[in-house]
Design a protein. Structure first.
Lengths: 164, 124
């Protein structure tokens, strides 16, 4: 249908995760969809989860709060402060999950070209450790000796269970 | 199904966020061990270690033998393998979000077009 479905996810630095996605709409529209509660409620949240409460005061120093609800009634709260806002080009906000330690800073840039908008989201975690805990890349890169041992074990374990 | 995987991963990453628990996993990577064996290298009491083990067990990262008296802990490698594929999982979750956003933007564009057409009609 639309040639917009490719989401790129990369890790540009030790503490960051970056997502890039193009949308077939002008950036004022995309920016609104990212900042207005009535629009956010229409799309934001992992499958099975919906944004049931949304409060946002989208100005510098303002705060926002989301409550997501899962199919089994589980609730997950998120909140933070707006650090920078330049409609329709950029939002920088802090983000904390109620049940998870640490605050991340999310920078979202909206660039329009020929009626399409490229959105770049960079999530910066407090430390490499936290980011790695979140994305599990510590398992992949195994810099620490402990992880190397773990990787070796996993390899042998997966070989021995192949076909299972 | 997806939500099950996702909440399981949440538990996995919450479990992995703690350095003691990661150290316990690294120790278990060398072979199974009992609570007292695990408590030794960490200057921690057995109840404190047990608490960490409960979190790891809940996250599916380890399992504990039910029958043997020393109830040795062992690593569950599949859970870690799932976790290391998390960047893919992360992309998948966001891709679903963004597919919904695509649909919403289409709707917004259609509304915009209607509004413009109405304005044009009025201007005539």
């Amino acid at each position: 249908m639309l040639n917009t479905g490719t989401l790129k996810v990369t890790t540009p630095s030790d503490r960051e995760v970056m997502m890039v996605r193009e949308f077939d709409a002008p950036r004022t529209m995309v920016f609104d969809a990212f900042t207005k509660c009535e629009l956010l409620k229409r799309w934001f949240g992992p499958r099975g989860w919906s944004l049931v409460e949304c409060e946002s005061d989208f100005r510098v120093g303002g705060s926002w709060r989301f409550m997501l609800q899962g199919p089994d009634g589980a609730r997950m709260g998120m909140r933070g402060a707006i650090r920078e806002i330049a409609r329709p080009a950029r939002i920088v906000h802090a983000e904390t999950f109620d049940d998870y330690p640490g605050e991340s800073v999310v920078t979202t840039d909206f660039i329009e070209s020929r009626g399409k908008t490229t959105v770049t989201i960079v999530v910066c975690y407090e430390s490499k450790e936290i980011r790695d805990a979140v994305i599990g890349s510590g398992m992949e890169h195994g810099a620490a000796e402990t992880y190397d041992r773990l990787a070796e074990y996993l390899e042998s374990a997966s070989q021995s269970t192949t076909g299972a | 199904m997806h939500t099950v995987v996702s909440s399981r991963l949440d538990a996995t990453f919450a479990a992995l966020a703690d350095p003691t628990r990661r150290a316990i996993l690294a120790r278990l990577a060398t072979g199974e061990a009992s609570v007292s064996e695990l408590a030794k290298p960490f200057a921690m009491s057995q109840p404190a270690i047990s608490k960490h083990l409960k979190v790891l067990e809940y996250a599916g990262l380890i399992s504990r033998s039910r029958d043997a008296q020393r109830r040795p802990c062992r690593l569950e490698p599949q859970t870690l393998a799932d976790a290391s594929g998390w960047l893919d999982h992360y992309r998948e979750v966001w891709e679903q979000n963004f597919a919904r956003l695509d649909a919403l933007l289409d709707e917004m564009k259609a509304q915009e077009r209607k509004k413009r057409a109405r304005k044009k009609a009025r201007a005539k």
